[in-house]
Design a protein around this ligand. Structure first.
Ligand code: MG
Length: 453
């Protein structure tokens, strides 16, 4: 099984993922639809990304939902955050299902459940779902109690909601030119339209829905957005933006055509939120760059580290009443809108930042401290032994998810994988040389613990 994010379990860190029609079949989608409707009786909204297999899987999910007596609302193609916002805003909707494999390659697909407040199911809720799915103990209803299918649009309410959270007037007056690479994914339905409504001149790339993803891989990392970088330069755009397949993530290109590291953008937005609020809590996973903590502390705020994964970041943001949060992969969470990673909102917020600061994005980025992060994987067959050894070795480390150990001018994270027999080691420092030294310390310590010496 090459299923992503599962160690023999159905639900991984991002719901159910697998190669469509092999590892994630219509039969599974049918029973996943029955599962969520058994757990969350009431009306359930369903949407999908633009993948070739998405409509097949979505139809099966809807059949599952209606077969156990719940009504379904088919929202068609939509970004994950648009479905989440719709579920949050509609009191009559009790849960949501998004059919997407996010940034994974084209042959994959996935199914993820959303709670009535629009947040992704937590680990515990996924475990409960898995129990219901495996037991096949679904609600059963008679022929005349089968649910109905309704159709609605979530894009309009989503775009209007975004516009209420940003300084539309200031952005409109700034005469921005923005180049956007939708990667043929779900953002085709949102970001170009949003930019138009924010009175930007829009230059779009891969902005027609196409589940074959003919131009680039769905993950908006630097190596996949070379064309967008060129386009920003050629069109003298103020900003370039690229999304992943379900548009909960956004990465950015500055006005010179230079890719802005996702960690830098996370820190830049965290800094802005803490400065605007005069303090406050920012939530991010333990794998995030020290840049975030540096700028947040300097502005009078506090960083809370969580385990890796957006559902836990959102959960902790809710508990701690955080003002901002996100991951170092382009997944930014703006809690005044919703507790979800949000690609289109990220675009609007970055434009608002440039408009209000009246400086180009490359200048704003320069205020973020420089760090070098390097990563390495090592073989790890005994996760427990590694963690116990690390506790002895570094008793003061943060053990939220693996061990994050702070050093002068840098840190290391040793994190055993939940799904593969490996451990990931991260090291970050002000200089590349120091980062390499720290990585060496991390690798040697982990290998020594695992070899039992
Ligand atoms: Mg995604």
């Amino acid at each position: 099984m090459s299923r992503i994010g599962g160690a023999g379990e159905l639900f991984g860190t991002n719901g159910v993922r697998g190669i469509a029609n092999e590892e994630l079949t219509a039969e599974m989608a049918l029973n996943l639809g029955r599962t969520i409707a058994t757990l969350k009786p009431g009306t359930i909204a369903v949407a999908s990304d633009t993948r070739i297999s998405s409509q097949m899987l979505k139809s099966a999910v809807i059949s599952g939902i209606t077969s156990v007596g719940s009504d379904a609302i088919d929202l068609g193609f939509a970004p994950t955050p648009a479905l989440q916002y719709y579920v949050k805003m509609k009191d009559s909707v009790n849960a949501g299902v998004i059919v997407t494999a996010s940034h994974n390659p084209r042959e994959y697909n996935g199914i993820k459940f959303v709670s009535s407040d629009g947040t992704e199911f937590t680990r515990e809720m996924d475990e409960e779902s898995e129990r219901v799915y495996k037991s096949k103990n679904f609600r059963s209803v008679k022929w005349n109690e089968v649910g109905m299918v309704f159709y609605d649009d979530c894009i309009r309410v989503y775009l209007d909601g975004i516009k209420k959270c940003v300084n539309v007037e200031k952005i409109g007056k700034s005469d921005f030119t923005v180049a956007v690479d939708c990667g043929n994914g779900a953002s085709c339905y949102t970001t170009p339209q949003l930019l138009k409504e924010l009175e930007c001149k829009v230059i779009s790339l891969n902005a027609h829905p196409d589940g074959r993803f003919p131009q680039r891989e769905p993950e908006p990392v630097e190596e996949n957005v070379t064309l967008l970088k060129e386009l920003v330069k050629l069109s003298s755009a103020d900003l370039g933006v690229a999304h992943d397949g379900d548009a909960d993530r956004a990465t950015f290109i500055d006005e010179n055509g230079k890719f802005i590291s996702e960690d830098v953008m996370l820190a830049l937005m965290a800094k802005r939120y803490v400065e605007k609020h005069g303090g406050g809590i920012v939530v991010t996973p333990v794998s995030s760059s020290r840049r975030v903590e540096d700028v947040v502390k300097k502005a009078g705020g506090e960083v809370i580290y969580t385990a890796v994964g957006s559902p836990v970041v959102a959960q902790v943001m809710k508990e701690k009443k955080a003002i901002f949060g996100g991951e170092g992969n382009g997944g930014l969470i703006f809690p005044e809108f919703q507790l979800a990673r949000d690609g289109a909102m990220s675009v609007a917020k970055v434009l608002e930042l440039i408009a209000e600061e009246e400086r180009p994005i490359s200048k704003l980025v320069k205020e973020i401290p420089e760090y070098h992060m390097i990563k390495k994987k090592i073989s790890c067959k005994n996760k427990l032994k590694l963690l116990e050894g690390l506790k002895k070795e570094f008793p003061d480390a943060n053990f939220t998810d693996g061990a994050r150990v702070e050093f002068e001018g840098g840190w290391i994270l040793v994190r055993p994988s939940g799904t593969e027999p490996i451990a990931r080691i991260f090291a970050e420092a002000k200089s590349k040389k120091r980062a390499e030294q720290l990585l060496q310390i991390g690798v040697e310590t982990a290998e020594r613990i695992l070899s039992g010496e």
